[in-house]
Design a protein around this ligand. Structure first.
Ligand code: NAD
Length: 295
C-alpha cells in the first residue's frame, strides 16, 4: 500500500480520496476549504498544511481541481507540488483541464525527475462515490504502470491513451461528440413532435436504425422511452449543462491550438452557452431540448 497526497477534496475528490483510504492507502489530504479537511480527517486521512506538505514524503500525489489555472498554481507555484516532491514521486492529475496545460505541467514534472500522468475521469459524482469511474490516462508507459493500481482503487476502468496530454484529449473528444450527439437527438425529437410522430415510436425506430447512439438509447432527452434518464425527473442532473459547456470550451480551445476543424463542436458550444446563460446551467445537459422547443 502507498502513501498518497490528495489535493482537491470537492464533489469528486472527496469521495475518491475516501476510496483510497478504504483500499488501505495512507492519505495526506489538502484543500483550501477548511470544512473539507475536517471531513478528510474523519474519513481517516491525515491533513496537510498546504499543497507542498501533501507532496512531501509520499509515493504519489493525486489532484482533483476545478480547472487549468488551479492545476498550474498547485503544481508550478513556488510552494507547489513540483518544487516540494522528491525525485521519483508519481504525480496524477485527474482534473479536467486543457491539453496545453496538462502537457506543460507534465514537462515541468519530468525536468524535476518526477513521473506524471493526466488521468481525467468520466462517471460523475455517483461513480466517484461508488469507485466505478473510468480513467483516461496519458503518460509514459512506466508512469502508467505505477498509476494503474492506485487508480483501480477509485475506478472500474483504467485506460492508457498514449503520451502526456492524451488523457485530456480523449476526455474532450468524447465529450464534444456527446454534446453534438445530444443536440442531434434533441433536434430529432423536436421535429418529430411538430410532425405528429409519437416520441416512443421515434425511439422504437431510431434505437434499431442508423440513428442509434448513447444519447438516444441510454440518456434519452424526453421522458418515457428510457426510464432512468434525467428527462424523467425534470432534467435534474446527471451531468450538468454547465459542465458540458466547460468541456466544449476546452475542446474548442484545443481545436484552435491544434488547427483542427470542429464546426459542429463550435455550434454545440454556442448552444450550450445560450442555454446556460438563460439560467439553466444546473439542469442536466439533456435539458438542451428545452432550448430547441422554446420552453
Ligand atoms: P469541486 O469544485 O467540487 O472541487 C474542487 C476542489 O478543489 C474544491 O474543494 C476546491 O476548494 C479545491 N481547490 C481549488 N483550488 C485549490 C488549491 N489551490 N489547492 C487546494 N484545493 C483547491 O469540483 P468537482 O466537481 O470535484 O470537479 C473536479 C474536477 O473534476 C473538475 O476539473 C471537473 O471538470 C472534473 N469532473 C467533474 C465531474 C462531476 O460530475 N462533478 C465529472 C467528471 C469530471
Amino acid at each position: 500500500m502507498a502513501t498518497i497526497g490528495f489535493i482537491g477534496l470537492g464533489k469528486m475528490g472527496g469521495p475518491m480520496m475516501l476510496n483510497l483510504v478504504k483500499a488501505g492507502h495512507t492519505v495526506k489530504a489538502f484543500d483550501v476549504v477548511p470544512a473539507a479537511l475536517d471531513e478528510a480527517k474523519q474519513a481517516g486521512a491525515t491533513v496537510a498544511a498546504e499543497a507542498a506538505d501533501a507532496a512531501r514524503r509520499v509515493d504519489a500525489v493525486v489532484t482533483m481541481l476545478p480547472a487549468g489555472q488551479h492545476v498550474r498554481e498547485v503544481y508550478l507555484g513556488e510552494r507547489g507540488v513540483i518544487a516540494a516532491a522528491a525525485p521519483g514521486t508519481l504525480l496524477i492529475d485527474s482534473s479536467t483541464i486543457d491539453v496545453d496545460t496538462a502537457r506543460a505541467v507534465s514537462a515541468a514534472a519530468g525536468k524535476s525527475g518526477l513521473h506524471m500522468v493526466d488521468a481525467p475521469v468520466s462517471g460523475g459524482v455517483g461513480g466517484a462515490a461508488a469507485g466505478t469511474l473510468t480513467f483516461m490516462v496519458g503518460g509514459e508507459p512506466a508512469a502508467f504502470a505505477r498509476a494503474e493500481p492506485i487508480l483501480q482503487a477509485m475506478g472500474k476502468a483504467v485506460i492508457h491513451t498514449g503520451g502526456p496530454g492524451t488523457g485530456q484529449a480523449a476526455k474532450i473528444c468524447n465529450n464534444m461528440l456527446l454534446g453534438i450527439s445530444m443536440i442531434g437527438v434533441c433536434e430529432a425529437f423536436a421535429l418529430a413532435r411538430r410532425l405528429g410522430l409519437e416520441e416512443q415510436r421515434l425511439f422504437d425506430v431510431s434505437s434499431k436504425s442508423s440513428g442509434q447512439c448513447w444519447s438516444l438509447t441510454s440518456y434519452c432527452p424526453v421522458p418515457g422511452p428510457v426510464p432512468s434518464s434525467p428527462a424523467n425527473r425534470d432534467h435534474q442532473p446527471g451531468f450538468t449543462a454547465s459542465m458540458m459547456l466547460k468541456d466544449l470550451r476546452l475542446a474548442q480551445q484545443a481545436a484552435q491550438s491544434a488547427g483542427a476543424a470542429t464546426p459542429l463542436g463550435a455550434a454545440a458550444e454556442s448552444l450550450y452557452g445560450i442555454f446556460c446563460n438563460s439560467g439553466k446551467g444546473e439542469l442536466d445537459f439533456s435539458g438542451i431540448i428545452r432550448l430547441l422547443e422554446g420552453n
